[in-house]
Design a protein around this ligand. Structure first.
Ligand code: HEM
Length: 447
């Protein structure tokens, strides 16, 4: 248990990997966990033997935050889950094709305006990044954008952030490992229950007002999902998917899609402050290749310097550093070790991305490692996991990270505030999402 309460768990598990090898076991109460620390063993479990390891641990607290396991990220691998994931996946694919590019472009231009309005003052941009990423998702989900000051948006964020933070706390995880503790008063758990109820009330209100519209807009994901339910029910096994699945998928998209992309942008700006010459070379490439216009996602192959920056950031700071725990559905093996049914598997993506056997100087920020013949190592990157549980928002995230970064670096030079003598601390704070500690930056408009 002590091993799991470390303040930077991914780094700690990576250090243990250096000592005990790429596969080792931890005991936590009655639960046995196996930690995987290299790309090779993670691939073996998640991709090659996906059908053995596609489960999620069934837990008391997980059930509470996931509507009884009926969301995608925490739901166990069942027929119902597969139908749910398929439906949401096709909704996302459809909106990637139809509207995603435009939605992100609008948000990127809006972000540009917000940064311009700061007039080169020193600011913490984390909230602006969160609003931008969140607006991409709420526009996709409900066809609705928010202002930073909107009480609706603030309430939603506050509540989702709190759920993620509380759920990651040892006060809560202890309830899964030591059932007797559930009989004792636990104020942190009471708070979690309250936030989950609040989250559900907010989402329900959104969905109801959405359904009350005369004509359901199928361009928004929730519209497509609600229509999809009818089709699904008439074609497959009766009442498999219901409104609850649409509700929980909305929670999945909001949680999965907001803090991840926002944290990633915040990390990227901080690393660029450490190596300003990388920022200059991305800017020069954007000017040279695009000749003044804004980029499209289809330009990415003509922008190798920008693409290598994105890859290096995904390597160094995979924002979901320990993915989401998996569960062995049946007896299996990894790297020749016997893995009994129900073992919890922790894919340490952070560890795999810092494996010195694959990445020379793994802790250094060197985007150039992905250029000049180094592109081959890109196949060892797995920030989105893999196999049956591959991040559902991978395509959305890739387009989003590319366009936001390109728009920001085309229009601004990020510099350290004049009165600030120390660069941002790059160690970070790891919970479910790996975030950087707050720092201030100046965004100077490019000529
Ligand atoms: C799951 C990474 C953005 C939705 C995951 C997992 C990882 C991940 C590592 C766990 C995979 C596993 O269990 O093996 C990331 C990164 C992102 C990002 C690095 C951006 C930088 C997004 C976005 C969305 C999203 C934008 C939604 C639009 C989800 C969902 C799951 C998931 C729903 C659960 C999938 C399942 O259990 O089947 N993500 N993600 N993610 N992600 Fe993402």
């Amino acid at each position: 248990m002590m091993e799991l309460t470390h303040d930077h768990l991914p780094i700690h598990l990576t250090d243990l990997g250096q000592r005990y090898g790429s596969v080792y076991r931890l005991k936590c109460g009655k639960t046995t966990m196996v930690v995987l620390n290299s790309c090779e063993v993670i691939r073996e479990a998640l991709v090659k033997k996906w059908s053995d390891f596609a489960g999620r641990p069934i837990s008391y607290t997980g059930d509470i935050v996931s509507g009884g396991g009926r969301n995608i990220s925490l739901g166990d691998y069942t027929e119902e889950w597969r139908a749910h994931r398929r439906l949401v996946h096709s909704a996302l694919q459809r909106c990637c094709q139809r509207s995603l590019h435009g939605v992100i472009e609008r948000q990127a231009l809006h972000l540009r305006k917000v940064l311009m309005d700061y007039q080169e003052s020193a600011v913490d941009l984390s909230e602006d990044f969160t609003v931008a990423a969140s607006n991409v998702i709420t526009t996709l989900a409900f066809g609705k954008e928010y202002d930073k000051t909107s009480p609706e948006l603030q309430e939603l964020h506050h509540c989702l952030n709190k759920i993620v933070a509380l759920w990651g706390s040892s006060w809560i995880s202890a309830l899964d490992s030591f059932p007797l503790l559930r009989k004792l008063p636990n104020p942190v758990f009471a708070c979690l229950l309250k936030e989950v109820a609040r989250r559900d009330a907010i989402i329900k209100q959104h969905l109801n007002s959405y359904k009350a519209q005369n004509k359901i807009n199928e361009d928004a994901i929730t519209g497509f999902l609600l229509q999809g339910l009818d089709k699904h029910q008439s074609t497959e096994s009766g009442e498999l998917l219901t409104d609850v699945h649409v509700h929980m998928a909305t929670v999945d998209l909001l949680i999965g899609g907001t803090e991840t992309a926002a944290a990633w942008l915040n990390w990227t700006v901080a690393f660029l402050l450490h190596r300003p010459e990388v920022q200059t070379s991305v800017y020069e490439e954007l000017c040279r290749v695009l000749e003044g216009r804004y980029p499209k996602y289809s330009d990415r192959h003509r922008l190798p310097v920008l693409s290598s920056l994105i890859s290096e950031m995904l390597r160094l700071r995979p924002v979901a550093p320990l993915a989401v725990p998996h569960r062995a559905i049946r007896d299996s093996s990894i790297a020749g070790y016997f893995i009994p049914k129900n073992t919890v598997i922790i894919p340490n993506l952070f560890g795999a991305h810092h494996d010195p056997a694959v990445w020379p100087e793994p802790y250094s920020f060197k985007p150039e490692r992905f250029q000049e013949g180094g592109g081959g190592s890109a196949r060892f990157l797995m920030p989105f996991g893999g196999g049956a549980r591959l991040c559902l928002g991978e395509s959305v995230a890739k387009i989003e990270l590319f366009l936001f970064t390109a728009y920001l670096l085309r229009d601004f030079q990020f510099v350290l505030p004049q009165n600030e003598c120390s660069l941002p601390d790059l160690r970070g704070v790891a919970s479910v999402v790996l975030k950087i500690k707050a720092y201030k930056v100046v965004a100077c408009p490019r000529p």
